[in-house]
Design a binder for this molecule. Structure first.
Ligand code: NAD
Length: 362
């Protein structure tokens, strides 16, 4: 028998430990894994005086995938308010992303049929939406030279062919994976501002070259302003969207809101081939509800499904978890953040929602 895959678990702060524990139970139901738990964020500051210990970085570098809860909370915000030089929980998050060289962020947007009512868009527009935003994470204007000269400020945007090529390949590979067993073929929409920006013209040229390696994937190019409109007017037309850092930051939040449920949104960050990826819910540590047993664990379970699909090449197990989550929602069970009181709904805490997912998987 092959060795179980090794997952480093960084539960973090606030609701992190609750939702990660629930997700581990679900993972155990679909396969055998070798877990290693470590501290990150505020709890690591309390224990070690810094948000990310070198030993944790080493453990993450030598595992197959990292599952993260969330970091942060008012306790550490208050310490920073008194002493601006104090360690901050989010340094742990930024530190581990950097240490693992994670350059691609993947955010799927696929509203569960049972939750279609929570979308701010009309049901007929949103029904059937199933898209993935692939955002470049380490280049562009956020990492360019910036500065001020008198009353003028500047932020430089630069991209290299190598940076564009590797993120484009992530998008095309993801498109291929998503199309397995699907009637429609894989499609990638590359988003840029090539009518104005030189980096966007290089982006478009490079994407076209890489597309040559994937003849089975359909490619189109779209300007970012048009994409912002199309995402809300015809979201069902998209499959995989690939774009640079700043555009991706904005579009992935816009796309996420199509579902209207923060507690449902998973994400994945991918690094170099063969290196572990990092999988985490989009939401934060929700200190307002921590320890009360009411946190919605589904975004973390869906992040674990992404870990299986994109990090551990276990797509069948990923499908099982996603199917179980859909089935639980279809049964009407809702954690308080999703509960509307509509007919057929029943409110339940973290443990009961988790038990229901486990029952679907049994
Ligand atoms: P948040 O996402 O933690 O919470 C926003 C609101 O959504 C809160 O009312 C919260 O109760 C609710 N919520 C979030 N996740 C939920 C879940 N799974 N189930 C039920 N309700 C949920 O954002 P915030 O309040 O702005 O930040 C709280 C802390 O989290 C801060 O310290 C912030 O820095 C940190 N944060 C961490 C991450 C991360 O670790 N990736 C991301 C965002 C914010």
């Amino acid at each position: 028998m092959s060795q179980p895959r090794k997952i480093v678990v960084l539960a973090g702060d606030g609701i992190g430990p609750e939702i990660v524990a629930a997700t581990r139970r679900v993972l155990d139901q679909v396969a055998v894994f070798d877990y290693e738990e470590h501290l990150i964020g505020g709890i690591s500051i309390d224990e070690h005086g810094l948000a990310l210990h070198d030993d944790v970085v080493d453990a993450c570098r030598s595992c197959d995938a990292v599952l993260l809860g969330a970091v942060g909370g008012p306790k550490w915000d208050e310490l920073v308010a008194v002493d601006p030089g104090a360690a901050r929980p989010e340094q742990g998050l930024l530190g581990i992303r950097k240490a693992l060289g994670l350059y691609a962020n993947l955010r799927p947007v696929k509203p569960s049929p049972a939750l279609i009512d929570s979308s701010p868009l009309k049901e007929e527009r949103i029904a059937g939406t199933d898209l993935l935003v692939v955002r470049e994470l380490t280049g562009g204007i956020y990492f360019g030279e910036s500065g001020r000269d008198g009353d003028t400020a500047h932020d430089d945007c630069s991209y290299s062919v190598a940076e564009i090529s590797r993120i484009t390949r992530v998008a095309f590979e993801a498109a291929k994976q998503r199309a397995v067993g699907r009637d429609s073929g894989p499609r990638v929409t590359s988003v840029d501002k090539a009518n104005v920006m030189e980096t966007s013209r290089l982006w478009r040229e490079t994407v076209k070259v890489i597309a040559g390696e994937y003849p089975e994937v359909e490619l189109d190019h779209m300007l970012v302003d048009n994409t912002a409109m199309q995402l809300v007017s015809r979201p069902t037309d998209f499959d995989v969207i690939v774009t640079e850092n700043l555009f991706g930051d904005i579009l992935s939040d816009e796309a996420a809101m199509l579902t209207g449920s923060l507690g449902m949104l998973p994400s994945a960050s991918i690094g170099a081939e063969g290196e572990p990826g990092l999988f985490e819910p989009v939401h934060g540590s929700a200190p307002d509800i921590a320890g009360r047993g009411v946190a919605n664990p589904l975004a973390t379970m869906l992040s674990a499904a992404m870990m299986l699909r994109y990090g551990l090449s276990m797509p069948a197990e990923a499908d099982r978890i996603e199917g179980a989550v859909d089935a639980v929602l279809a049964s009407g069970l809702r954690s308080p953040d999703l509960f509307t009181g509509a007919e057929g709904e029943r409110e339940a805490g973290t443990a009961e929602v988790t038990d229901a997912v486990l029952a679907e998987l049994a």
